[in-house]
Design a protein around this ligand. Structure first.
Ligand code: M6R
Length: 600
């Protein structure tokens, strides 16, 4: 994972560009950071453990430079410390690297035989050394880069400074994203155009096995054979994604609250003109089966859709974790539509899964939040969630936007399939139009979430249970809690507890549950009684009128199945938030995580 940025300018200090860029790239990792820049014609390197703000404080106020590269890291090879942080320098070559050099061990052995000595445990230092090796061998930068591409296996977006060529920066790309931003007398490279939007919205996208020689007024881009490529200069036209927390203490809380707008914004193109708008959704009737692929929260959104497809349209649907899917036998067929869900559009496992399905000539559909992200260029068709930029690592508004698109996709399919009457469809569309009214009381119910958080925040094990759709929601609830509070939380199908897990229920073990399925509620309540009998503290989200003095109950309105997951998840998100807040964790940037998981 990691984010890289670089800049070269004729007339401006590039240090603020690098620091701003890194801050905007922290979603890709934030365990250590570093910068290399020219000062008095020498490469100066500064590296720290921790976040970019710490690196910023290490820079001298008077420092000024016209050329530099910088990096924010999510450790893959070697601990998160200053030695392993980038930039890595080997003699004449200084690089920042995003990606993984898979054959680094073999390359390291080869270089050690040539008397190369390594200071860090990283694959990236090996990449710097390999580039230096070819540079010393050929004294030709382009040949060096081409040899590097032939030899290094894996993924890389590299920004490079070469000691004897201080008028240029170099960029090399395979599999990890890399763009070149163009502005007057200043050219930048970055993992993501959004990181440098303050300076330019014009950019080139590098493709795999391309490299660029960049000076302050132009970027010459070539492919692996050395042929110059004329790239289309793109213009990023979307709203500015520079963000502030506004009145909220954390981005996560702000993003949870924004759901009263983002769900409707996502739904609107498909509901504003009733059935006509709904039928903009792709026609799925030609497919025998739907497969859904994603990671983490996106996978959980897929589980909601599986329930809706199978229960309400009688269409076979399976959901897969991308990291498993890419390596298993999927019996791919042209009759199966594979839907890929992703907030970032950059998740490595999901990208690999898309490539796999495409390589077999099978149809793909993306449900993606970030426009112009890598996945949007890979899938046959894309439906955009309109969650806006999600900064907190824990996904909230992107999840409800994914569930919204999926629910409307299923609804359109149910209508085309004649599983549902026109009148019923119009009622459900009205529910979507009314989502703000349904969701706002739940968002404002702070007292109860805080009370529950106070009850559970000192616990080390918490269980989430449910049946059917509620089981899918319990998985997302448990993930939210564990990733930001660091409390061990697991979800189980309610009926599964007594097959083993119930042995873990002790006095006061918290069990959170949702029960919103008329057909299954009585059974779920029986399961709650079983854990209550063993001393558990029980919290229930339900649309039934249940009264039980031993259970803390959060009531939600009764709605159709297409809407209820959007309601149930709000208490789960806010309980996780307030619990983490009481534990004093770094809610927006939880330890060991990154917003965008660009390595497998
Ligand atoms: O960007 P993506 O939606 O592809 O990311 C998938 C997961 O990494 C992501 O949902 C992750 O599980 C979140 N941190 C969960 O809150």
């Amino acid at each position: 994972m990691c984010g890289i940025v670089g800049a070269i300018s004729k007339d401006r200090n590039i240090l603020p560009i690098l620091i701003t860029g890194l801050k905007n790239l922290e979603y890709r990792g934030y365990d250590s950071a570093g910068i290399a820049y020219l000062r008095n014609n020498k490469v100066t390197i500064k590296k720290i453990t921790g976040k970019v703000s710490k690196l910023e404080s290490k820079l001298n106020k008077n420092d000024n430079s016209h050329l530099g590269i910088a990096h924010t890291r999510w450790a893959t090879h070697g601990k998160a410390n200053a030695i392993n942080a980038h930039p890595h320098r080997y003699k004449h070559i200084t690089i920042v690297h995003n990606g993984i050099i898979e054959n680094f061990k073999e390359l390291k052995d080869m270089l050690e035989k040539e008397n190369y000595i390594f200071k860090s445990s990283t694959d990236s230092e090996v990449a710097a050394a390999l580039l230096n090796y070819y540079y010393e061998k050929y004294n030709d930068i382009e040949k060096t880069i081409k040899e590097f591409m032939n030899k290094a296996i894996g993924s890389y977006a590299i920004g490079m400074i070469v000691d004897n060529d201080k008028d240029n920066l170099y960029a090399i790309k395979k599999e990890s994203p890399l763009i070149i931003g163009i502005s007057n007398n200043t050219i930048m490279l970055s993992s993501d155009i959004r990181a440098i939007l303050k300076y330019t919205n014009k950019y080139y996208i590098l493709d795999d096995y391309e490299y660029a020689k960049i000076n302050y007024n132009n970027a010459i881009i070539k492919n692996k054979t050395g042929k110059q490529i004329n790239k289309e200069l793109k213009e990023y036209k979307n709203e500015d994604t520079t963000n502030s927390k506004g009145k909220y203490k954390h981005f996560m809380l702000k993003e949870i609250m924004e759901q009263k707008e983002t769900i409707l914004k996502t739904a609107l193109p498909f509901i504003e003109d009733g059935i006509n708008s709904l039928l903009i959704m792709p026609d799925l009737t030609k497919y025998k089966e739907i497969a859904i692929v994603g990671c983490g929260t996106a996978y959980h959104a897929g589980l909601v859709a599986k329930y809706l497809f199978t229960e309400l349209t009688n269409t076979r649907c399976n959901v897969y974790l991308a990291s498993e899917y890419r390596y298993q036998n999927n019996f791919l067929s042209k009759d199966t539509l594979t839907i890929f869900i992703s907030q970032s559009g950059e998740t490595a496992d999901t990208i690999a899964a898309i490539k796999l399905v495409k390589s077999k000539g099978c149809p793909t559909l993306g449900i993606i939040n970030v426009e112009e992200s890598s996945m949007t260029f890979l899938v046959d068709k894309c439906l955009y969630t309109k969650a806006g930029s999600e900064i907190a690592v824990a996904s909230t508004k992107a999840y409800t936007a994914q569930v919204t698109i999926l629910s409307l996709l299923v609804l359109s399919h149910a209508y085309r399939n004649k599983n549902i009457s026109k009148e019923k469809v119009l009622e459900i569309i009205d529910e979507f139009k009314n989502i703000k009214t349904l969701i706002t009381p739940l968002l404002n119910n702070k007292e109860i979430y805080l009370a529950i958080a106070k009850d559970i925040y000192k616990e080390e094990d918490i269980f989430y249970i449910g049946r059917g759709l509620d089981y899918a929601l319990s998985m997302e609830g448990a993930l939210k809690l564990k990733e930001i509070s660091y409390i061990h939380s697991e979800s189980y199908a309610a009926g599964e507890l007594k097959h083993g897990t119930i042995s873990l229920i002790r006095k006061n073990t918290p069990v959170l549950c949702s029960a919103t399925n008329e057909r299954l509620n009585a059974k779920t309540i029986s399961n709650l009684k079983e854990v209550l009998a063993r001393g558990a503290k029980v919290y229930l989200i339900t649309d039934e009128k249940i009264k039980d003095d031993n259970i803390t109950i959060i009531n939600i309105k009764k709605t159709s199945d297409f809407i209820k997951s959007l309601l149930v998840i709000i208490p789960y998100q806010l309980i996780a938030y307030y619990t983490a807040a009481l534990r004093g964790t770094d809610i927006d940037k939880p330890k060991n995580l990154a917003k965008s998981v660009t390595v497998e």
